[in-house]
Design a protein around this ligand. Structure first.
Ligand code: SF4
Length: 352
């Protein structure tokens, strides 16, 4: 019985071996001729033949139209090569639009012009390191808070002693009292104390010098990090996109009409980060720092989230200008009574 089993097993192994062994019928004549021939020239020929067979097979299976032959005559299927999304081209007249916004903003009068975080830091700290910390604190207080309230709260912290060492040594309760009524003051008091301690422990009493390290501080997102790099360090590391910049860039057509997700598919709602990346793709770097206060002020005075004052805006031909901006804003007089979904989402996220 054991002998019979062994015989059956050996027959099975022999059949399996026959089915996997290359035969002359399966091999090309050249491959057959080259089999067992160790000469380098034959090995090279056999290798080339193998590559050619593989390429032909791949194009058969893919059923895609053959691409143009490359220099060496091979055809490569294009189905596996993802085509990059087309680069976004801003409106050809963006320079005229920007020039008119600068002209409208030259008269000032927006809260950001006197109470932005860079303004208070100019007067309050004696040295550059102290000013940088005040810029960071003011930026942290500013989310979901109007500029006058942020300005007043920062002034109270400055009077208290706005250094990393002193803020780290102050209790959360006292910090909370000092910064009330800024939005989310209790949470921001926690963040301030922890961020000040990190500045002392990890950065020698200074603020972090990179976007990544700034974003490692509690309560600091990309918008604040780029603002602090621009204002605190004087480095145009990126564009600070807040809700005003986000909204106005969309209204002016300065970002693609549909944002692209990580996998290349369209995204339902554009985030401020999408807007930052899109703007940085074409706006010259020398405009990166100024674009924030320009658009923030324009958004505070004229291009407001609700009911933008298009009749007073030169980009619609109004506002007492010379009429040259009449056709520059694709969104002029088109406000339909509600904010865009991405604008509302950006405002919600800034709250969190
Ligand atoms: S025309 Fe209206 S929508 Fe366009 S930028 Fe001016 S205020 Fe904003």
């Amino acid at each position: 019985m054991i002998a019979a089993a062994c015989r059956r097993l050996s027959q099975t192994v022999a059949r399996a071996s026959r089915s996997t062994r290359p035969t002359a019928a399966r091999m090309s004549p050249r491959a057959v001729a080259g089999a067992g021939d160790p000469s380098p020239a034959r090995r090279k020929r056999a290798k080339r033949e193998h590559v050619e067979l593989k390429v032909e097979h791949a194009s058969d299976v893919a059923s895609t139209p053959p691409s143009k032959p490359t220099k060496n005559g091979r055809r490569v299927s294009t189905s596996a090569v993802a085509s990059p999304p087309p680069a976004f081209a801003p409106p050809s007249d963006w320079r005229e639009t920007l020039a008119i916004i600068k002209r409208m903003r030259a008269v000032g009068g927006a809260p950001v012009d006197t109470m932005g975080c860079e303004k208070i830091s100019e007067d309050v700290a004696e040295d550059a390191r102290g000013r940088r910390f005040v810029v960071l604190v003011s930026a942290m207080l500013s989310s979901q808070t109007k500029d006058p309230i942020t300005h007043a709260a920062t002034a109270r912290l400055v009077a208290h002693g706005c250094t990393p060492e002193n803020i780290a040594a102050t209790s959360e309760e006292v910090l909370d009292e000092l910064i009330t009524p800024v939005g989310f003051h209790a949470r921001k008091a926690q963040y301030l104390k922890r961020a000040a301690k990190m500045c002392v422990d990890e950065h020698g009493g200074d603020i972090p010098p990179t976007v990544e390290a700034l974003m490692a501080l509690p309560g600091v997102g990309p918008k604040m990090a780029y603002l602090v790099m621009n204002v605190g360090w004087g480095v145009a590391a990126g564009i600070c996109v807040d809700v005003h910049v986000h909204r106005i860039a969309e209204r002016l057509g300065w970002v693609p009409s549909v944002a692209t997700g990580e996998n290349g598919s369209p995204k339902k709602n554009r985030t401020p980060e999408d807007t930052r990346v899109a703007l940085e793709g074409w706006l010259p770097r020398e405009e990166w720092v100024e674009i924030n206060p320009l658009l923030v002020g324009h958004g505070q005075l004229t291009c407001t989230p609700r009911a933008p004052k298009c009749a007073e805006c030169e980009l619609s031909g109004g506002g007492g200008g010379d009429g040259k901006g009449a056709a520059l804003c694709p969104s002029a007089f088109s406000w339909n009574g509600s904010e865009t979904e991405s604008g509302k989402k950006a405002a919600r996220e800034e709250k969190e």
